[in-house]
Write a protein that binds this ligand. Sequence first.
Ligand SMILES: Nc1nc2c(ncn2[C@@H]2O[C@H](COP(=O)(O)OP(=O)(O)OP(=O)(O)O)[C@@H](O)[C@H]2O)c(=O)[nH]1
Ligand SMILES: [Mg+2]
Ligand SMILES: [Zn+2]
Length: 343
Amino acid sequence: MTDTLEGLVIARAPGYFIVRTDDGNIRLCTLRGKLQRARQQRIRPSASPHARSPHPSRPVATQVLPSGAEHSPTDVAPVVTVAVGDRVRLTADGTTGGAIEGVLPRRTKLSRTAAESTEEQILLANLDLAILVFATQDPTPHFGLLDRYLVLTEEAGIPAVICLNKLDLGMSEEVAEMLTLYEQIGYPVVRTSIVWQLGLEELRGLLMARTSLLTGPSGVGKSSLLNVLEPEASQRVGEVSMATHKGRHTTTGVRLFPLTGGGWLADSAGIRELALWNVPRAGLPRAFPEFRALLGACEYADCTHTPEEEGCVIYQSVASGAIHPSRYASYLRLLSELPDADA
Ligand SMILES: Nc1nc2c(ncn2[C@@H]2O[C@H](COP(=O)(O)OP(=O)(O)OP(=O)(O)O)[C@@H](O)[C@H]2O)c(=O)[nH]1
Ligand SMILES: [Mg+2]
Ligand SMILES: [Zn+2]
């Protein structure tokens, strides 16, 4: 009998998944052959831009691959990816290695379309809260990118908090106005400064007993926030590096850190582009909370709310000032990126 364990994928390194097993050990894991094949099928480039996945709207839980020999060789390999944040079943290999046999059902996942492909890239699985970090300046906030994040989190059913960092650098009137706008729409905004030690307790309170993700553009202070919120985190980076034997720069993308007060916090590399994943065109208006009360009131039931539409209450609300032009511009931009409904 081999030793079967369960654990949490806390990071990835080239060719490996770093898993913290429930016995408290860090293991460097590969994928069992069956999962490997499923993955290779998935990363094969597709010819059609619409062929993102054979079942684009399939519920997450059904993508889980059961381990064991109950599948015949003629079975179609299920679409499975292993992501940071996944709970996995694995067999131990010596004291520090392992092979991932299967993925346990996911509660949630935050995905985007991977750069230069049409494949799904899961930023983090099983997250409870997305912390969208921007800076007052250096770099100046890009609200179009924020709107993309908000659409993705709305679609994924994941609560989002906007964290505006570097308050010590001062804030332009425009940025202050936009923050008020997002608060009016209903998104919590936490104002932080590491230099001033501002807003950190508020942030800490949000993280308790949850799995949260710090994400946003490069240079806004995500890693700095992680380091002040959880000073031991950098030591734990060392722990992961020891497991990979390759030093601290080998892990890529998202990394999960345990919080002393309970819960997990993920830091991620800065994101420049965020292409929507699996957002249905017809569902896009609902991803803008300030549109919701107006939906159904347009003259035509299939109104796409573009300026060309006749009798569109969304467009009229932009003209009257009830909907902010910047949010409407984001809606139009995202709509233009989504393929037409083709059944
Ligand atoms: N003035 C000021 N600088 C800050 C603050 N927080 C972070 N910084 C600085 O901003 C720079 C970038 O911080 P990082 O924490 O590396 O940013 P990041 O978001 O992790 O960036 P990537 O890892 O590239 O995505 C560093 O020089 C930090 O010292 C802050 O509150 N105020
Ligand atoms: Mg960083
Ligand atoms: Zn309309």
